[in-house]
Design a protein around this ligand. Structure first.
Ligand SMILES: [Zn+2]
Ligand SMILES: [Zn+2]
Length: 285
């Protein structure tokens, strides 16, 4: 079984109101570690560490960091991105194999000197900066949120050591290991998975990333604000596919980061299933 870390920050709002309670039956598993920003430490529970300002400045400009400080969300943004950085560090130290990171703000609209769309700091980019300092060379990001990862592209657009595939509304694009795959409206789960098998799997296998980051958004689900026609069950199938690739090419090192999506019942349905998949809890032991 894989060892899975769950990184959780509390924040206000509807979407995750059922959490962490919705993870009952998962959090107490022997191969699951739970990292939380709020609750006091007790057996089996670890503190979440906010990202350091030193690391922030390796990805974002001083000016942008100052601007985020003025918003009133600075501390929360540090914990939100910190979960992804800590997940990467824990995997690097071989404490866990893979991770699911609950963010309070997203990642992928945060660039070097700009932020927006409920994203302040780019957790994946910060984690990649930290890993590169430790000698990790090749990394991949696959983004299934329905919006374009303009911030992540701004940071890694000319970096040949980072494979970035974004599935959204952008027309087909493929340069310097930056790939956009257009997802039209009314796409079926099978069509989406077929695109992943055609476009993502062979590139990831050829690229051989040491870590895979999955920017997981469920806003493309039917009835969500970015509805592309996907059913609520599509995300588990994506998790199985992406985890399969990670197990094959990156020794299982996979960091799943919560991005867009608003529905509380969808979150409660989808996320425990993804974590079950990551931790291989559905399998016979
Ligand atoms: Zn995109
Ligand atoms: Zn989105």
């Amino acid at each position: 079984m894989k060892r899975t870390g769950i990184f959780f920050t509390y924040f206000q709002g509807e979407r995750l109101r059922d959490f962490p309670q919705a993870l009952a039956g998962i959090l107490d598993k022997e191969n699951v570690s739970y990292y939380d920003a709020v609750y006091d430490s007790h057996d089996g529970l670890y503190y979440l560490v906010p990202v350091s300002e030193e690391l922030l400045l390796k990805v974002h400009s001083q000016d942008m960091v100052q601007r985020v400080k003025m918003t009133g969300d600075y501390e929360s943004a540090l914990y939100s991105a910190g979960g992804t950085v800590q997940a990467a560090n824990e995997i690097w130290q071989e404490g866990i194999d893979n991770a699911f990171v609950f963010t309070s703000f997203g990642d992928h609209h945060a660039g070097r000197n700009f932020y927006g769309g409920m994203c302040y700091f780019n957790g994946a980019a910060l984690a990649i900066a930290a890993l590169k300092e430790r000698g990790v060379k090749r990394l991949a990001i696959v983004d299934t949120d329905c919006h374009h990862a303009d911030g992540t592209r701004d940071i890694f657009g000319s970096d040949d050591d980072v494979l970035h595939m974004c599935l959204c509304y952008q027309d087909y694009f493929d340069e310097h290991n930056n790939i956009d795959i257009k997802i039209p409206p009314h796409t079926s789960d099978e069509e989406y998975l077929a695109l992943m098998r055609q476009e993502f799997v062979p590139r990831a296998v050829a690229f051989k990333p040491e870590y895979i980051f999955w920017e997981f958004g469920y806003d493309a689900t039917q009835g969500e604000y970015g509805d592309k026609g996907l059913t609520r069950d599509s995300h588990l199938k994506l998790a199985q596919l992406i985890k399969g690739v990670a197990d094959k090419v990156s020794n299982g090192r996979l960091i799943t980061i919560l991005c867009g999506g608003s529905g509380r019942s969808l979150a409660t349905y989808i996320i425990p299933r993804i974590i079950n998949c990551l931790a291989e809890l559905g399998r016979r032991q």
